[in-house]
Ligand binder design. Structure first.
Ligand SMILES: *[C@@H]1O[C@H](CO)[C@@H](O)[C@H](O)[C@H]1NC(C)=O
Length: 64
């Protein structure tokens, strides 16, 4: 029982530290910066400016 209380307290402490630490990993890590740029590019590529086209495509696919 005593061990589990210690374990629970340590876990909570660890989680609180992880949540409150402001490491800004995503700002400094070049892997994640590349992923952000790729995601941004993919979002721009996937954007279709004409909503009617999208609705018609959906209706065709749904056989409406
Ligand atoms: C994102 O797009 C820009 C311009 O099209 C390009 O210069 C850049 O290399 C692209 N980035 C990635 C990660 O694909």
């Amino acid at each position: 029982m005593k061990l589990s209380v210690k374990f629970l307290f340590s876990s909570l402490l660890f989680l609180a530290y992880a949540a409150l630490s402001k490491a800004h990993i995503e700002v400094f890590d070049e892997y994640w910066q590349r992923k952000v740029a790729q995601a941004h590019n993919n979002t721009l590529k996937a954007y279709i400016p004409n909503p009617e086209f999208v609705v018609n495509q959906f209706n065709c696919a749904a056989n409406l």
